[in-house]
Design a protein around this ligand. Structure first.
Ligand SMILES: CC(C)(COP(=O)(O)OP(=O)(O)OC[C@H]1O[C@@H](n2cnc3c(N)ncnc32)[C@H](O)[C@@H]1OP(=O)(O)O)[C@@H](O)C(=O)NCCC(=O)NCCS
Length: 140
């Protein structure tokens, strides 16, 4: 593998972002919506193996003391090779002064625990589609 980390949205095919999120079973939107979300984020991380985009993630932040991590995904054939860790570590490096929250997809908590994240006892969320988030196991 010849890995490259890109910290901006130049030349990103956002339809590929939509397709990848769909493929790995995560929530997804149309390409225009993902472009807006990534471009408006505090940090974006895209990982390439040579020219192939193999994983990505983004952080939103006030740049002072709070941040959140979203849309972390690695394409199936590259999972389990340390790429997810590189994505999260690369985002964290850009927000060292911040508390960071995220919601792990059900079953993926152990991945984040290995990276130092701890389960929140009083985490609360107001989801737009609360029924669907409950069905998917994100809320009680
Ligand atoms: C979850 C995901 C981002 C992890 O990325 P990855 O590249 O496969 O993970 P890594 O190889 O970097 O794993 C880092 C460590 O976490 C562990 N790990 C990874 N996925 C895990 C899981 N589902 N359960 C438990 N441990 C896991 C690895 O064993 C590794 O441990 P080690 O450092 O002791 O070797 C990736 O598998 C993925 O995109 N999955 C589908 C989408 C998804 O669920 N994203 C998360 C949304 S919250």
């Amino acid at each position: 593998m010849e890995l490259k980390v890109q910290y901006d949205c130049s030349n990103i095919d956002f339809q590929y972002i939509t397709d990848t999120l769909k493929t790995v079973g995560m929530g997804y939107f149309d390409a225009i919506t993902h472009k807006k979300a990534f471009e408006n984020s505090y940090t974006v991380v895209f990982i390439f193996d040579n020219e192939k985009l193999i994983g990505f993630g983004r952080g939103i932040s006030d740049g002072a003391y709070q941040a959140g991590i979203y849309d972390v995904a690695v394409i199936p054939e590259y999972q389990g090779k340390g790429i997810g860790k590189i994505i999260v570590d690369s985002i964290l490096k850009t927000i060292p002064q911040c508390n960071v929250i995220l919601y792990a997809a059900p079953g993926k908590d152990a991945f984040y625990e290995k990276l130092g994240f701890r389960r929140m006892k009083t985490g609360m969320a107001l989801f737009l589609n609360s029924e669907r988030m409950q069905e998917k196991g994100f809320t009680d």
